[in-house]
Design a protein around this ligand. Sequence first.
Ligand SMILES: Cc1cc2nc3c(=O)[nH]c(=O)nc-3n(C[C@H](O)[C@H](O)[C@H](O)COP(=O)(O)OP(=O)(O)OC[C@H]3O[C@@H](n4cnc5c(N)ncnc54)[C@H](O)[C@@H]3O)c2cc1C
Length: 474
Amino acid sequence: MYDITIIGAGIIGSLIAHNLSKFDLKVLVLEKENDVAEGATGANSAMVHSGHDPKSGTLKAKYNLLGNRMFPDLCKELQVEYLKVGAYVVATSPEEEETLEGLIKNCQDRQIPYDVMGGTEARIHEKNLSDNVTKALSLPTTGIICPWEVSIAAVEEAILNGVELKLDYEVTKIRKEDGKFIINDEIETKVLINCAGVHVDDITNMLRKSPYKVEARKGEYFVFDRLNGTYVRRVIYPTPSAKGKGVLAVPTIHGNVLLGPNSDFTADKEDNTTSDGLDYIRREINKTMKNIPYNKMIHTFAGLRPHIDLNDFYIKEDDQIENFIHVAGIESPGISSAPAIAKDVVEGIVIPKFTESKVKEEYVRRRPFIDMRHMSEEQINELIKKDPDFGKIICRCEKISKGQIKDVIHRECGARTIKGVKMRCRPGMGRCQGGFCEPEVLKILSEELHEDVKNIKLDRDGSNVFMANAKEDL
Ligand SMILES: Cc1cc2nc3c(=O)[nH]c(=O)nc-3n(C[C@H](O)[C@H](O)[C@H](O)COP(=O)(O)OP(=O)(O)OC[C@H]3O[C@@H](n4cnc5c(N)ncnc54)[C@H](O)[C@@H]3O)c2cc1C
């Protein structure tokens, strides 16, 4: 029997598992997809918001602020990238300038560092800001991360310290008997933590009538090639409206630029982009930005926000079922809040149930991903001397070597799909979007996993058409 079982390996489940791996407890993570971070955590703006925006008194406001302060240390601990790039919230009319005043008040009340400047000064720092911008609220503590890298790193380290992960494991049935939960008639656990993103209500309904209902709110994006700070250096928000934070321009930690998202409720919980959604982004971004380099656009994607009808995060032990913990409604700012939510769930709710449990004396640190972009020539030569595959470039756009691909396959929670490799070390993320390197990545996965190419999946849907064609080419 497990002490604790976590349903869902998004950033919330992953960081809860990571926190729990520091204690001598038997912990299991169940994930229905074939990799970590396949839900909202894999498709978002990747920002650590400063905490200026959520309504006062909400859990969103509390955890966003705390999470923003925790992120630099967490990323250092997990050895993943974090960049404090800062942000401007910009106004283009007297009404929007008035809305900025409310955000300034939030900054003052919450002790968030800020600055205010006119449009002309803001354009000195961000040359592609629209000429319509009249005022900007600068938020220097805004950060950017790679959310799936944080989740993968957290799960890797959790596994190194004894946590079990079952992928491709969909929870379809739960009952509680003799003080323990029985999942899918086979897994027994004392405590059950529900971090199932857009499916949290489905999980809760397996045990009782859910006190909340999830609706998926889609957000779509354009992705631009690596512009490395030449187009936009910090995050640009429009002034927020009833629909949320609005359409942003966001530099990513890998040097790309995102434009988006929109925010539309969707009944089907499918994360495909639509021409209507992308047209909306094109229209909205013109309000805050100019000279948009559409000739550098390489990709579009969409993510689903798990919005609950209570309009705030819902984080608590169930009031009818002991040891059943809800971590529900984790829409934006869920990434920014994740470290603080995980800490509170573990230290505030779970650990007090295990009074005998102790912090482990020995804790194993993960090895960081091998990122040759940040290495000197000597370091690269040293790597190639150890394994010549570090000298074989597979992805020409992102300059990723065979050695790096092999490394991400042979790790705890290693890559099993083409997308899994792409998420960990980026072949296919560049301007050709995998047109040249995907068959090569497939071949490496097949060789390293000793699997026929037909059995290697492209992504979570595992479309095999590409595999069949690729096999002919190999
Ligand atoms: C468009 C968009 C932009 C966003 N931008 C930001 C941002 O810039 N900053 C920010 O702070 N937040 C942002 N967010 C919010 C953030 O992405 C989410 O709050 C966060 O990723 C939620 O993490 P999670 O772990 O709760 O959910 P998820 O990442 O969705 O993980 C839930 C997991 O549960 C699994 N699961 C579901 N049902 C089952 C089952 N029956 N059995 C087993 N496993 C199951 C799923 O497969 C999934 O992997 C954005 C969200 C979207 C969609």
